[in-house]
Design a protein around this ligand. Sequence first.
Ligand SMILES: [Fe+2]
Length: 194
Amino acid sequence: MILNKKIIEDAKKNNKVLFFDKAITNVPNWNSFIDNLNYKFNSEKKYSLIEDKRMVNDVLIYNKMDPCVFNILTDNTESKTIIEAENVLSIFNKIMGFKSGCVKSLINFVGNEAKYYIHADEHDVLSWHCIGQVEWRIYPNIILDKNIDPPTDVDEPYESYILNPGDVLYVPRGVVHQVVVDQPRASIVYNYYY
Ligand SMILES: [Fe+2]
């Protein structure tokens, strides 16, 4: 499938997830991620433990199993950037037709299996997978109850998408999903609010 505006618009209307195999293969290497991460840790800026969804330069680590998450491309000072991520941002912005709310890098350094909680986002996601492998599970039958803690294990059918370097996944706002990691990986996610 070719990544383009028409296909994304149709998927958005129909609340459909799209998988683009090897769509953008010039992925950054570990050093690019680690350089950027080191910059964030060495900077004077505060690291937030509470996610601010928009345009905040932060490093997020909720617990040991969670990925290290840091925003990129949102710092107007001398932040080290990941040039490949910037190039992809301009491609995605053309496809999506507006500016991204934020661009985040998600990294797991440890290969322990981690299942993140099942949730739905309030924004569209274009996830560009860069290093290692990651699985996205889409749960078409689950309706989440905001009053209870989101589950990590359920006995419900799901669609599985295994992402390898260069693959892109489009997940419209509201689609219930879970990310499962069983090896070190790095992904860059572009969140589109509207
Ligand atoms: Fe999500």
